[in-house]
Design a protein around this ligand. Structure first.
Ligand code: AHR
Length: 654
């Protein structure tokens, strides 16, 4: 019996070791297994109106002139009273659903007309056209909800419909109030026809009075069918990249435009009607509907490590537009507020990782996630100006985190440029404090990326590691994408000192773009990936954890040629990346003799095009990679197409 048990255990052990890791070839350098991930910031309408699948714009009547001079609580809503109905409408604040969500609408319906035959319908109510129209697809379900408080002594009947611009009903439902307290009402609308620019119409059908707030509409099909979830097609584009981590929620959104605008994570969890909305530093509104819970859940859903970045208790140095006078606008939290702020940082770790019996762990469990999120990284600060105020606060926060949570890897910050005063000071502070990882940011010319491929080869391996948290070359043409590809081979080569890297920004909505160069453009129904997206994806889905040099040979004097070879110890696969930034075909040679037996059928993916080629909404597929199965030998020649990235994935037989 004992023998049987031992055999079973041995079998299990062999099964586990055979299925989880292969032995990497000798001579490889261990590199980061978290190298390529995503940077997500709510810039360019990336969250509200973008990845966050909410279809109603200004759902809680919190838009206001601090966000845009012309905005007010009724922006993007229209008062309607078809069928010769009449009544009154007001925006009120005296008894809100929650104090974090102060504005709501009161509808006083004096007369519901019965002349629908002239206008098609009757009632007193509201219309919302979403973010440039609501996309409705025939046969799909839409989850409508609102909070209402009946102010009459009798129920108020409300019709809810999705209508095309001509007023034709595409989906219909109704709700009826039943309480004099705020209560949530829901209806499922099933679309009978499609339209890209539909509106949501809510009409009271009973004479009387009621208060309404948090009017929401989600497609039932969100990513992973999550309630309060993400737009499925956009989220899938990100999932397809298989990122090892996601950094969120920014960017400058983190440190905010002045102290009152800093992103405070605690305001973004819990029921959506209780979250604190605020001005988005990029000139619009954040509902916080896509909040910390949703970020963590998305990371978990796609197997990426969460990398939340918290403010270092200072605001953006460009607060109030002071970038125009040299970035002198940084404000610092008063020191007497620091103990509470530090507690807020520590609370995040407890919320993410603490047991359900802890007070913050219990909140996570109440939101539907009893198990810890396994938070490993916490970023403190976003490319802040390195002032004495910053240093003092960063030191206080990082010391407190280290002391209470030595298991957490802190990510520090080193200014907005690849060099200069903030860069040097940021690194010095990080090294003095033994911060394990430091966030570098740079946006620059493609030629800079080509000429600086050896930047990290010179980094001191005894100091902190690098998180290249934001980088991009200026543009979304092939020359930009391929310059980044060349640079990414250098990130792999230096994967022993570069722990993580993420292109920025990630998403940009057509016509709502504050930052010109982005990875994925989209409108309400079309996604336009850039060539840069395909480069990121080709690297991200082909990561390895061992780096091998001297596998690929090429003209070493030509710095427009770059290459790397990694092995993934989970699968044993050898992954070759060959980059040609020249505008002519160039020869390279591959020698795989150091590896054991290899499969002769390899998977080859090529992204190539002229230097100026790009994708547009008119032709979203102008530049796409092509994949094929190719026969290879241990040693072979490769002609790298002009302006191209090639990835060859080779299976080993060990
Ligand atoms: O990625 C866009 C912006 O660039 C980020 O918000 C900021 O951190 C950087 O300056």
């Amino acid at each position: 019996m004992n023998n049987v048990k031992s055999i079973l255990i041995l079998g299990l052990f062999l099964f586990v070791s055979v299925t989880t890791t292969a032995q990497p070839a000798k001579g490889g350098k261990k590199i980061s297994s978290d190298l390529f991930g995503l940077f997500f910031e709510d810039i360019n309408y990336s969250a509200d109106g973008g990845l966050y699948a909410e279809q109603v714009q200004n759902r809680s009547f919190e838009y206001n002139p601090t966000e845009r001079r012309e905005w007010h609580p009724f922006s993007y809503w229209e008062y309607i009273s078809p069928g010769f109905s009449y009544g009154r409408i007001s925006v009120e604040t005296s008894t809100p659903v929650h104090s974090n969500n102060p504005h709501y609408i009161v509808l006083d319906i004096e007369h519901v007309g019965n002349e629908a035959k002239f206008t098609g319908e009757s009632g007193v109510g509201l219309k919302n056209s979403g973010f440039d129209g609501i996309v409705v697809k025939a046969g799909e379900k839409y989850n409508f909800s609102l909070f209402a408080k009946q102010l009459s002594d009798f129920p108020i009947e409300l019709s809810v419909s999705l209508q095309n611009p001509k007023g034709i009903v595409l989906a219909a439902g109704s709700v009826s109030t039943s309480s004099k307290d705020w209560q949530k009402y829901t209806a499922t609308l099933i679309a009978t026809a499609s339209n890209d620019t539909a509106t949501l119409v809510i009409l009271a059908k009973t004479n009387g009075k009621l208060a309404i707030d948090m009017i929401s509409l989600f497609p039932e099909k969100t990513f992973n069918n999550r309630p309060n979830g993400l737009r499925a097609d956009l989220a899938q584009m990100l999932a397809d990249m298989k990122p090892r981590f996601i950094r969120f929620p920014g960017g400058c959104l983190v440190h905010g435009d002045g102290l009152g605008n800093m992103y405070r994570w605690e305001n973004t969890i819990g029921p959506i009607e209780q979250r604190k909305e605020q001005r988005n530093i990029w000139g619009y509104h954040q509902t916080a509907g896509l909040g910390y819970f949703e970020y963590f859940q998305f990371c978990e859903d796609i197997g990426a490590k969460p990398l939340p970045v918290l403010p270092a208790a200072v605001s953006c140095q460009n607060s109030g537009g002071t970038w125009q006078i040299g970035g002198t606008g940084q404000r610092a939290l008063p020191l007497d507020e620091m103990p509470d702020y530090i507690q807020e940082v520590l609370d995040l770790i407890e919320w993410a990782n603490g047991p359900v019996t802890s007070s913050w762990g219990a909140k996570r469990a109440a939101a539907g996630h009893p198990f810890p999120f396994n938070l490993q990284y916490v970023g403190i600060g976003n490319e802040d100006k390195i002032t004495p105020e910053f240093e003092e606060r960063f030191t206080m926060i990082s010391k407190a985190v280290k002391e209470k949570h030595p298991e957490i890897t802190i990510v520090g910050t080193a200014g907005p440029f690849h060099s200069g005063e903030d860069f040097d000071k940021g690194w010095k502070i990080a090294n003095d404090l033994n911060i394990p990882v430091v966030d570098e940011h740079y946006y620059t010319d493609p030629k800079w990326f080509i000429s600086n491929q050896y930047r990290y080869d010179k980094y001191d391996r005894t100091k902190g590691e690098v998180y290249l948290g934001e980088y991009a070359s200026w543009g979304n043409k092939m020359r930009n994408a391929i310059s980044e590809a060349a640079y990414m081979t250098a990130l792999e080569r230096n994967g022993d000192v570069v722990r993580m890297a993420s292109y920025a920004p990630l998403l940009a909505k057509k016509n709502y773009t504050q930052w010109k160069t982005d990875l994925i453009f989209f409108d309400n129904d079309t996604i336009c990936p850039t060539p840069n997206y395909f480069v990121q994806k080709m690297f991200s889905v082909n990561q390895g954890d061992y780096y091998f040099d001297k596998v690929i040979t090429k003209d070493e004097k030509d710095n427009a040629l770059a290459s790397s070879c990694v092995q993934d110890s989970k699968t044993g696969d050898i992954i070759l990346k060959l980059v040609n930034y020249n505008e002519t075909v160039k020869p390279m040679k591959v020698n795989l003799n150091r590896f054991g037996e290899i499969a002769t059928d390899a998977q080859q993916t090529v992204l190539a095009g002229s230097a100026d080629a790009e994708n547009t909404f008119a032709n979203t597929k102008n530049i796409v990679p092509t994949s094929s199965s190719v026969k290879i030998k241990k040693s072979f020649d490769y002609s790298a197409p002009a302006m191209s990235l090639t990835v060859i994935r080779v299976k080993t037989k060990n």
